[in-house]
Design a protein around this ligand. Structure first.
Ligand SMILES: NC(=O)c1ccc[n+]([C@@H]2O[C@H](COP(=O)([O-])OP(=O)(O)OC[C@H]3O[C@@H](n4cnc5c(N)ncnc54)[C@H](O)[C@@H]3O)[C@@H](O)[C@H]2O)c1
Length: 258
C-alpha cells in the first residue's frame, strides 16, 4: 500500500486502541499523518509515540474547536487528502436508564463530531478543487448489539447512514466515503476494563474469540489499519458508501460456536 504524498487527519489517534493501529499502518505506508487528540497532554503523548506524525488538539464534540483545528491544519500542514473519523466514546447503560446529558455527550462526539469534521474536511477539498477520501469508524454494534449498548449502537448506525449518504452526495466530486466496523479489537489495556465484569479477563477474551468469532484469532488494531489504508488508497477507487466489518466473522454467525 502506497500512501506517499497523502496528507491524512486521524481523529482520536492518540488512543491505545484502533487509532494507534491506524496511525501505525498509515505512517508505515508513507502517509503524512496529522493526529488529533482532545487535549494537549494526549496529543503530546501521541507525538512521542508516532515521531513522524504531526499533532493537533481539538475536542471534536466542540464545533468551534473543530473549526479552529481546520484553520490550524491548513495553515501548518496544508490541505488534507484523507480523513479518518476514529475518535469515539462509548456508554454502557440501558437506553431507558440513560439521561439526556449522557445521550447528548455520546451523540455530540460519535455522530455530530463525525459529521462536523467531515463537513469541514469536504469544504476544504471543494475550495481547493481536490479529490479526497473519508473513512469512518463504526462498530459491530451498528449491525447487532447486546443489552446496555442501544445508544452507542444507534450512534454507530447513524455513522453508517452518514457514510452512505455523503458517499451519494460526493461521488460526483471525486470524494469517496467508506467505513470500517471493528469487532472486539484486542489491546493489553482492555484487560483492566474487562476485569470489571469477570475475575479472569484473559480467559474471557479467549472464550469470546472461540465462541463469538468464526476466525479464532485476536483482532489487532493494525488489522483495522490495513483496511483503512486500503480504503484511503487508489486500490479502492471504485468503492464508496461501504462498511467493511473487521470482526473475524462475529456478525455473520447465526448461533453458538463454529
Ligand atoms: N476497541 C474496540 O474494540 C472497538 C470496536 C469497535 C469500534 N471501535 C471504535 O473505534 C474507535 C476508537 O476507539 P478505541 O476503542 O480504540 O478507544 P480509545 O479510547 O483507545 O480511542 C479513542 C480516542 O479518541 C479520543 N477522543 C475521545 N473523545 C474525543 C473528542 N471529543 N475529541 C477528540 N478525541 C477524542 C480519546 O482521547 C482516545 O484517544 C471509536 O470510534 C470506537 O467506537 C472500537
Amino acid at each position: 500500500m502506497d500512501l506517499k504524498g497523502k496528507n491524512i487527519l486521524v481523529t482520536g489517534g492518540g488512543g491505545f486502541g484502533v487509532g494507534e493501529g491506524i496511525c501505525n499502518v498509515l505512517i508505515a505506508s508513507g502517509a503524512r499523518v496529522v493526529i488529533n487528540e482532545r487535549n494537549r497532554e494526549m496529543a503530546d503523548a501521541a507525538g512521542k509515540k508516532h515521531v513522524k506524525a504531526f499533532t493537533v488538539v481539538a475536542d471534536i464534540g466542540n464545533p468551534t474547536e473543530v473549526e479552529d483545528m481546520f484553520a490550524f491544519v491548513e495553515k501548518e500542514y496544508g490541505v488534507l487528502d484523507g480523513l479518518v473519523n476514529n475518535a469515539g466514546i462509548g456508554l454502557s447503560k440501558p437506553a431507558h436508564e440513560a439521561n439526556q446529558q449522557e445521550f447528548d455527550q455520546l451523540y455530540g462526539v460519535d455522530v455530530r463530531g463525525v459529521w462536523m469534521v467531515s463537513k469541514l474536511f469536504v469544504n476544504q477539498l471543494l475550495k481547493n478543487g481536490l479529490a479526497g477520501n473519508i473513512v469512518n469508524v463504526s462498530s459491530v454494534h451498528a449491525h447487532s448489539t447486546i443489552p446496555g449498548y442501544a445508544i452507542y449502537a444507534s450512534a454507530k448506525s447513524a455513522v453508517e447512514g452518514l457514510t452512505r449518504g455523503m458517499a451519494v452526495e460526493l461521488g460526483g466530486k471525486n470524494i469517496r466515503v467508506n467505513a470500517i466496523a471493528p469487532g472486539y479489537v484486542h489491546a493489553e489495556q482492555n484487560y483492566e476494563l474487562i476485569r470489571s465484569w469477570t475475575e479472569n479477563p484473559e480467559q474471557w477474551v479467549e472464550e469470546y474469540i472461540f465462541k463469538e468469532q468464526v476466525i479464532h484469532r485476536k483482532i489487532q488494531a493494525e488489522d483495522c489499519g490495513y483496511a483503512v489504508g486500503f480504503l484511503l488508497s487508489d486500490h479502492s477507487r471504485c468503492i464508496t458508501g461501504q462498511t467493511i466489518y473487521i470482526d473475524c466473522g462475529t456478525t455473520i454467525k447465526l448461533l453458538g460456536s463454529v
